[in-house]
Design a protein around this ligand. Structure first.
Ligand SMILES: [Zn+2]
Ligand SMILES: [Zn+2]
Length: 339
């Protein structure tokens, strides 16, 4: 009998503790992975606390998973034992709707299945998952750096890849955190002129190090009036409430305001500048298979790596506390002990 050893929340809002489970038999289409690294995403904490009402307990979180393939199902042709692979937030989708056929499983008409929704994730010694939603980690990316790319990375890569239309496009990034610092790096590598916005001035030097050409402390309309109409894309990675009228006013014609976080449940959009400036307000959620492997390859070739701090997986509870305290700089990667 096979048993996997995991860190699980046995009930909502409880600390994670060691827990063993017997996995379902390996399907022909699945692989088994010996987990070496997990990026810690805020969503893992939302799932632990059942903030969205979809968590099932015992819950094994972890959806920025990197490891080595140890078993392959009989029908798997794309991966073999020993491959370094990653799993992200999406573990399956209908695979047949219009969006899935475009590689946009993140907006599958029937809804995708989350890796840790009704299933055990990466905070474990091993995990089993569909080979079709596992991604080869390029040799030029170390496993610890690759892990946060699988959720945070794809979340920022997808809208940048979609809305950056030409080199030197003017791109603003609001919020310099787990998502924002990667967005600055990707946007810079895509050739954009990057402006970083933060609520505090003490991130200016880091923003420049990440590749931002310009840095502004997010201020009042009066303080930011020189920027009115200056941006082609403004990507909000912030979960803090801001003056969204002001954010919208920074867009030039054809400009796009894109939300990744949910700082408020709704915003007012002024229709006259929207129409006469052909502006857009859009949202974006993780990303599908079309961009996932491309994002990893792009990160490898451009050496785009998240700024991480590593902690042993056994300290997952302390790591979660650190994320909740806003003290992670900028992504914690949990390292499995035996690696
Ligand atoms: Zn995530
Ligand atoms: Zn679909």
């Amino acid at each position: 009998m096979t048993k996997f050893t995991a860190y699980a929340a046995l009930q909502a809002k409880e600390k994670l503790q060691l827990w063993e489970y017997e996995p379902a038999p390996l399907k022909d289409s699945e692989i088994e992975i010996r987990v070496t690294h997990n990026g810690l995403c805020h969503t893992d904490i939302h799932m632990r606390d059942n903030d969205w009402g979809v968590s099932q307990f015992p819950l094994v979180a972890g959806h920025e998973v990197v490891g080595v393939v140890t078993e392959v199902g009989e029908a798997v042709t794309t991966l073999q034992k020993g491959d370094s692979v990653g799993l992200g937030w999406i573990r399956d989708s209908c695979r047949s709707c219009y969006h899935c056929l475009q590689g946009e499983e993140n907006i599958c008409k029937k809804g995708y299945t989350g890796l840790i929704v009704g299933n055990h994730g990466g905070f474990a010694d091993r995990v089993r998952s569909s080979a079709d939603f596992a991604y080869k980690i390029p040799d030029a990316l170390d496993s610890a750096s690759a892990a946060p790319l699988l959720c945070a990375g794809i979340t920022v890569y997808t809208p940048l890849r979609t809305y950056i239309k030409y080199p030197a496009m003017k791109v603003g990034i609001v919020g310099i955190g787990g998502l924002g610092h990667l967005a600055i790096k990707f946007a810079r590598a895509m050739g954009a002129e990057v402006t970083a916005f933060s609520s505090s001035t003490n991130k200016q030097a880091e923003a420049k190090d990440f590749g931002a050409h310009h840095f502004y402390k997010w201020g009042t309309a009066e303080e930011m009036k020189d920027l009115t109409g200056s941006l082609d894309l403004l990507l909000s990675t912030s979960s803090a409430e801001l003056d969204w009228d002001l954010a919208f006013s920074l867009l030039g014609n054809n400009g796009v305001l894109c939300f990744l976080g949910i700082p408020v449940s709704s915003i007012n959009v002024p229709l006259i500048p929207l129409i006469f400036g052909q502006k857009s307000v859009v949202g974006s959620v993780v990303g599908g298979r079309r961009f996932m492997q491309e994002m990893l390859d792009f990160a490898a070739i451009n050496q785009i790596k998240p700024m991480i701090e590593t902690m042993p997986l056994s300290q997952v509870n302390e790591a979660m506390d650190k994320v909740l305290a806003g003290k992670a700089r900028y992504r914690i990667v949990l390292v499995s002990e035996e690696t």
